[in-house]
Ligand binder design. Structure first.
Ligand SMILES: *Cc1c(COP(=O)(O)O)cnc(C)c1O
Length: 373
């Protein structure tokens, strides 16, 4: 539906509409281009981790860009993907599931599941014959924050579990997640070599190796070199496994969607002490900034034009009546910032709409289609 309407650029939209609620902007062309970049560059199957942004426009756009496989964590995510593409391949890589969820997964026809515990493997009995990936966790660094503390087992336990997976008649695989916004390809290399050791110790030939998500988005002035990470993943797999190299799968969330979205938050008030109140904050679209730190991709717009001038560090507060609703640190903004200006945060597609709330009546509405992001 988005190609049927005339999509404005963001400064024009803000100048004409003067929205008084925070706006989430979406550029479908940008998302399609990123999906193509992954499909062209990654040496294996590209799946999308739905949790990063489950908006129907995202799933529809990815299907249009040729994505056919999705990483889902719950029955609701399975249904969301099925609505976008009834034929899509579903990988259910949340390693802990209720028996009721397993039954729903079977009804949705999932083809892969991950485990990090023998008890979880027992629960998968109704899914006989599918692929089961053992979730490996290593103490490796390189990501903005670590996913290994909740899921995954070390090498020895992983080998034991992989043997059980093969013995139970599932197609054996290994999966891991190096941590989100991972800027160092060495993290994937360490995991790939560990996966080869686990497979050898178990005496099991892996059908596939799923290298997870964690691919970085644009941050701190750096555009990530995804292709360099892709080629190091391919090379490490050949080196570690040799002739018996498994087929590769990846499941990017953040890197797929982040740059296809921006959030415009309006200045509600500038206090005498210089503090700036916005109409979005940590309970809404800016929730992730608390975890991942302040963004450097921020512009100030007034009447459709960029406000420049000397910068001054400001404390930014969100709109709710809760003192936790405050962005981390201080953000340098033009000295002349004033009520009614818009702060445009770029790269906000991941973990914004997905995790934001409507606390106190604030938060993001449906995405607004634009071009030129
Ligand atoms: C969250 C998650 C992803 C996506 O992670 P990103 O860092 O957003 O790329 C992929 N796979 C699994 C199993 C996850 O839990």
């Amino acid at each position: 539906m988005f190609d049927l309407i005339e999509r404005p650029e963001i400064p024009d939209h803000l100048r004409q509409q003067r929205p008084d609620e925070a706006v989430l902007f979406f550029d479908a062309d940008r998302l399609e281009a990123t999906a193509r970049r992954f499909r062209a560059g990654f040496p294996g199957l590209v799946t999308y981790a739905v949790k990063a942004n489950p908006a129907p426009v995202v799933l529809d756009t990815l299907v249009r860009a040729g994505l056919r496989a999705f990483d889902v964590a719950s029955p609701a995510e399975m249904a969301a993907v099925r609505a976008a593409d009834p034929q899509a391949v579903l990988h259910y890589h949340n390693p802990v599931r209720s028996r009721g969820e397993v039954a729903q997964a079977a009804a949705h026809g999932i083809t892969s599941a991950s485990v990090d515990d023998p008890g979880e493997l027992d629960k998968l009995a109704p899914l006989a014959g599918i692929e089961v990936s053992v979730r490996l966790a290593l103490p490796v660094k390189g990501a903005a924050y670590d996913f290994g503390s909740k899921f995954g087992v070390g090498e020895a336990e992983a080998a034991e579990l992989l043997r059980l997976v093969a013995r139970a008649g599932f197609s054996p695989a290994i999966t891991f997640h190096p941590g989100t916004q991972c800027e160092d390809a060495a993290a994937w290399e360490a995991y790939i070599h560990a996966s080869a050791r686990v497979a050898r110790a178990a005496g099991v030939t892996l059908e596939r190796l799923n290298v997870g998500g964690g691919f970085p988005s644009h941050r701190n002035g750096l555009s990530p070199d995804l292709e360099a990470i892709f080629s190091r993943i391919g090379r490490a797999t050949r080196t570690a496994f040799g002739q018996a190299a498994p087929a590769l799968v990846c499941e990017p969330g953040r890197a797929m969607v982040a740059d296809a979205f921006a959030i415009a938050a309006r200045v509600k008030a500038v206090r005498r002490d210089g503090t700036v109140f916005l109409n979005d904050g940590v309970y809404g679209g800016l929730s992730e900034l608390r975890e991942i730190g302040p963004t450097d991709r921020l512009r100030v717009l007034r009447d459709g034009a960029e406000v420049s001038g000397p910068l001054r560090p400001r404390v930014l507060l969100g709109p709710t009546c809760d003192s936790v609703d405050r962005l981390p640190g201080e953000t340098p903004l033009p000295d002349t910032i004033a009520e009614g200006d818009y702060l445009l945060f770029s790269g906000m597609g991941a973990y914004s709409l997905a995790t934001g709330t409507r606390f106190n009546g604030y938060g993001l509405g449906d995405p607004v289609a634009v071009r030129g992001l």
